[in-house]
Ligand binder design. Sequence first.
Ligand SMILES: Nc1ncnc2c1ncn2[C@@H]1O[C@H](COP(=O)(O)OP(=O)(O)OP(=O)(O)O)[C@@H](O)[C@H]1O
Length: 224
Amino acid sequence: MTAPILQTRALTRELPGLVPVTLVRDIDMVVEPGEFVAITGPSGSGKSSLLYLLGLLDTPTGGEVLVDGNATAGLSENQLADLRLARFGFVFQFHFLLPEFSARANVEIPMRRLRALGAKEIRARAHWLLDALGLADHADKLPEQMSGGQRQRVAIARALANDPGVILADEPTGNLDSKSAEVVFTMFRRLAREQNRAVVVVTHDNDLAATADRRIHLVDGRLA
Ligand SMILES: Nc1ncnc2c1ncn2[C@@H]1O[C@H](COP(=O)(O)OP(=O)(O)OP(=O)(O)O)[C@@H](O)[C@H]1O
């Protein structure tokens, strides 16, 4: 049996201080390829904190995150950055596109950083991704020239640039109207089902969460 793509064991994150704050406590979870998982819970329950830990953007104070069955605790900052670049795609509530670059360039940048493809292939893949997300006619536009829904689709294309096994999204539809939000969720569902990616999405939208394969509900930083 192959190892799960993402796994946590007793994952805990505390903020030290006079009165320590526990963001995430004792989380054991497994995410397999092809799964679309929603993380839900009340405001302040630790959803974003958990997603940051899963994406190796934050360091646990207890327990561990395993990627493809491998421990990540001993990795250096550079090793973590390489692993993130190759294995994870991130989508946030705010698109974080580089404002001075076109949609196409924003999608090409992660591929340039990974250096797995040549210039021609990078260009072709960026075109293919933008086309797949219905943005073929917008490739040369700057982020400010696009709608919120279009920008978020560019952000998804960028997240997919290096063919990640895991897509992590933090309230990706938080700034979108309900129709664009539905489009984004449909896309995530298809990435899981048709392309066998693991997709983990933080959302407070119960209707959207209900369309996921599985729900991880947090209360006060713990699995409920
Ligand atoms: N750096 C920090 N310092 C102090 N408290 C923090 C810090 N980061 C997060 N918190 C607190 O930890 C708790 C968990 O935060 P987190 O953002 O993970 O929750 P969330 O479920 O994603 O919330 P929301 O739905 O409102 O985005 C919250 O009470 C938050 O205020």
